[in-house]
Ligand binder design. Sequence first.
Ligand SMILES: Cc1cc2nc3c(=O)[nH]c(=O)nc-3n(C[C@H](O)[C@H](O)[C@H](O)COP(=O)(O)OP(=O)(O)OC[C@H]3O[C@@H](n4cnc5c(N)ncnc54)[C@H](O)[C@@H]3O)c2cc1C
Length: 410
Amino acid sequence: MISFELPEKIQQTVTLMQTVAENMMRPVSRHFDEHEHEIPWDYITFMHEASRAMGGASSMVPNGGKKPEGPRLGYQRLAYMAEILSWGDAAMYLCTPGGMLGSAAVQATGTKDQKERFLKRFQGEKPAFDAMALTEPHAGSAMPAEVRTTAVRDGEQWVLNGEKIFVTSGHKALLDSDGFVVIWATIDPSAGRAGVRPFVVEAGTPGVKVTKLEHKMGIRVSDTASIVLQEARVPFDNILGSPEVEVKTTEGFKGAMVTFDASRPLVAASALGIARAALEGLKEFLQEQGITIRYGLPRSRMSDIEREVIDMEVMHRSAWLLTLKSCWMLDDRRANNLEASMSKIRAGDVVVKITQRVVELMGPLGISHERLFEKWFRDAKINDLYEGTGQINRLIVARRILGYTRRELD
Ligand SMILES: Cc1cc2nc3c(=O)[nH]c(=O)nc-3n(C[C@H](O)[C@H](O)[C@H](O)COP(=O)(O)OP(=O)(O)OC[C@H]3O[C@@H](n4cnc5c(N)ncnc54)[C@H](O)[C@@H]3O)c2cc1C
C-alpha cells in the first residue's frame, strides 16, 4: 500500500534539520548573502559533528555509503534534508561538508576500495568538502563530447592538463579542507564521449590551482571556482572506472549520468525548500494583514489572492511528490533517469515562478533587504541551470518518452 506518512527514521532528521535551519541559517542568511565569499564555519562545524554523531550521513551519499538497517530510505531522507536546509538558506546548504557531488560520483562509479579510501576523510576530525568538475570553457551542455581536459598515463600516474569552470565548492574542497574534486577528463581525445573518465584529484596535488571565484546573482555564499590543471599528477588508481577505451560504448560517461540521476532530485528538493520559504513568508505577511486563506470555500467565492496562494501551493506540492517519487525509486534501486529529470524541470520552474510572484505580491517589501523575499528570488534561478539546464533535462525526458537516441534528438 502506498503511504504518504513520514517514516519515523526520517522524522528525527526533519526535526534536527528544522532546528538547524531556523536557528543557524535564517539568522545569518542576509549576512552571508552580503559577504559573498565568507565561509559559514559555525554551520559547517555543527553539520560535521552532527554527521559524525549520525554515523556518516552526508548530503548526497545516503547512510554514509553503508548498508542501512531496515528499509532503504536514504535518498528520501536526503531530499527532506535538502528541502529543509534550503528553506533555511539554499546557499549555506551547498556548503554542507562531507559529501556532495564529488562523493556522489565516487559512490556511483568507484570500487569498494576507492569508496573507502576517498570517502573516509569525511568522518575525520575536521570538516572536508568535495566537488565535481565537468564544465569547461568550451564544454557546458555539450559535455562530454567537447571535453578538452586530458589525462595521459605516465607509468603509475595520470598527468592531467586543462581548465574547469563553475565548480561548486571547488575552493573549499581544494584549499579550505583536505577534500577532493572529481575531474572529468579524456584519456583519448579521438574517442569522443567514450574517452571521458572521472579522476579523483585531492587537495594538495601539485599543479592544481584555483584561479577564480565567481561573483553571482544568487547562492552567493556557495563558492563557484575555476580550476586550472597543469601537469597535475595523480596516482593511477585515482581513475574511477575502467582505464580502457571501448570506442563503441560510452560506459565511462555513464558514471556522470548515474551521478545526476541521484543528484537531480536533490537539486529539485533544494529548489522546493526555497519555494516553501517564499510561500510561507507570503502567508505570514497576509496573516499579519488579517487575510487568511479559506481553504474549504468554493473557488468562485474566494478572493483573487486566496486562489493564487492555493494555486502556488498545488504547484509546489505536485513538484514535491514527483521529487519524492524519484528518490523512492533510487532507494528501491529502480532506474529513475526520466523521473530525476522531470522532478528537476518541474521544481526548477516552480521555484522561479513562486519566488517571482511572491516578490510581486509583497510589493515594496518584496524587493527590500528588510526581508528575504528578494534573496529567495535570486537564489531560485540556479536550480534551473546547473546539473543540466531546463532545456537539456527536457531533451532527456523527450528521449526517454519517445524512445529516441541522443543522436536522433539533440
Ligand atoms: C553557480 C553554478 C554552479 C555550477 N556548479 C557546477 C559544478 O559543480 N560542476 C560542474 O561541472 N558544472 C557546474 N556548473 C555549470 C553548469 O552545469 C553549466 O552552466 C550548465 O550545464 C550549462 O552549461 P553552459 O553554462 O556552458 O551553457 P550552454 O551549454 O552554453 O547553454 C546555454 C543555453 O543554451 C541552451 N542549450 C544548450 N544546448 C541546447 C540544446 N541542445 N537544446 C536546447 N537548448 C540548449 C541551454 O539550456 C542554455 O539555456 C555550475 C554553474 C553555475 C552557474
